[in-house]
Design a protein around this ligand. Structure first.
Ligand code: NAP
Ligand code: MG
Length: 403
């Protein structure tokens, strides 16, 4: 069989620990035998971030801007213990944070669904994708622990002589106080990424805030979405046969639970933080959750939602057999290859990515899976529990049959 050619390189961001091992196995078993892989490789493993003073992370994000599509392995975000373990010269920042700051994107998380492992919410038949605005609000708030009686005001001043002042509360006792902000530019980027991703994936877009209570703050989010939709996306949505729908967050929560799934739910920063954990848990396993960063300029970075699976890695180093699920990392690869194929007009590459995904899902549905899924399995036959590598080899056998 001739290998599938690629025209534009994929930006490949390697990572750490157990996922770094899976990364190589995925390439060896399922990509390199079939695709003439063109990639620009960046080693974001912690030792190389240390060696390059984290320049490699910045370079990889700029490459993603240049080429448009990246695939990323999970990486360690250093803490004090990691500084010790890896003898780091400093506590490098989260690579995902650095990349997101450069690409200015929104993260979309969606579960991979398989027959035999059902969501806790029994009417969910299609994935629910959460889009979280990852800038500002309570995550960048200023806070005061109010010691006792006194007056609190919110004050804005500018270089000109404009002063805006709002009375908050006259404290008669101790209490708490918080000041949050967000920026029209960031909210607009968020909205644009959401509309763009809805069009890309042909799914309805829901957005929810608490605008009835927060008449300026949350209402601005609502207005920015509505204005951008009217000005740039309404016609495109109608043509694609999808809808944009705004509702109050309380109403959204109720509708999501009663829904069949199959849509994108855009959330403000805090709502997205909390709701994505709820939705992903209800769908089953962290190891089956995919994640893609979509920038408002149309750059894409695909990854798994989980981390480097450190506990499995330590056991693997001790020579123990581990069963780590490579699905989300594999789907990062297929997502990136399919997007690359779409942008380059390569039906062959897109077709390969889809066949690879179908083969992986079929492998699980036929009863061969890693330990995390075996524990959730509801099929009639007992599942065959395999290692990550054995799973990839089983996928390969099915892929061969399809190709
Ligand atoms: P984690 O790597 O996601 O693993 C947490 C636990 O979830 C594992 O111990 C395992 O449970 C289960 N799990 C996650 N992925 C799995 C998979 N593919 N197959 C089977 N089980 C899986 O989170 P963590 O242990 O909190 O973090 C480890 C490192 O990853 C940290 O250094 C953190 O900084 C980094 N991290 C990176 C990213 C990223 O790059 N996007 C995201 C999150 C965390 P059992 O042990 O019970 O089997
Ligand atoms: Mg959270």
């Amino acid at each position: 069989m001739n290998k599938i050619a690629m025209t534009t390189p994929l930006v490949e961001m390697d990572g750490d620990e157990m996922t770094r091992i899976l990364w190589q196995q995925i390439k060896d078993e399922l990509i390199l035998p079939y695709v003439e892989l063109k990639s620009e490789y960046y080693d974001l493993g912690l030792p190389n971030r240390e060696a390059t003073g984290d320049q490699v992370t910045i370079d990889s994000a700029n490459a993603a801007k240049k080429y448009g599509v990246a695939v990323k392995c999970a990486t360690i975000t250093p803490n004090a213990q990691r500084v010790e373990e890896y003898k780091l010269s400093q506590m490098w920042k989260s690579p995902n944070g650095t990349i997101r700051a450069i690409l200015d994107g929104t993260v979309f998380r969606a579960p991979i669904m398989v027959k035999g492992i059902s969501p806790v919410v029994k009417n969910w038949k299609e994935p629910i994708t959460i889009a979280r605005h990852a800038y500002g609000d309570v995550y960048k708030a200023a806070e005061i622990r109010v010691p006792g009686p006194g007056s609190a005001r919110l004050i804005y001043t500018s270089d000109g002589d404009e002063v805006i002042e709002e009375h908050i509360y006259d404290f008669e006792c101790a209490g708490v106080l918080q000041g949050q902000y967000n920026k029209d530019s960031s909210i607009t980027s968020f909205a644009r990424s959401c509309f763009q991703y809805a069009l890309d994936t042909r799914q309805d877009l829901w957005f929810s805030t608490k605008d009835t209570i927060s008449k300026k703050y949350d209402h601005t989010f609502k207005d920015v979405f509505a204005d951008l939709y009217e000005a740039e996306y309404k016609a495109k949505f109608e043509e694609a046969g999808i809808t944009y729908f705004y509702t109050l967050i309380d109403d959204a929560v109720a509708r999501v639970i009663r829904s069949k799934g199959g849509f994108i739910w855009a959330c403000k920063n805090y709502d997205g933080d909390v709701m994505s954990d709820m939705v992903s848990t209800a769908f089953g396993s962290l190891a089956m959750m995919t994640s893609v960063l979509v920038s408002p300029d149309g750059f894409y970075e695909y990854e798994a939602a989980h981390g480097t699976v450190t506990q499995h890695y330590y056991r693997h180093l001790k020579g123990e057999a581990v069963s780590t699920n490579p699905m989300a990392t594999l789907f990062a690869w297929t997502g990136a290859l399919a997007k690359r194929g779409e942008l380059d007009g390569s039906a062959e590459l897109m077709d390969f990515a889809h066949k690879l995904e179908a083969s992986a899902i079929e492998t699980i549905e036929s009863g061969t899976m890693t330990g995390d899924l075996a524990a959730l399995w509801e099929g009639e036959q007992a599942p065959e529990k395999v290692s990550g590598l054995e799973f990839l080899q089983a996928v390969r056998a099915r892929l061969e049959a399809r190709l």
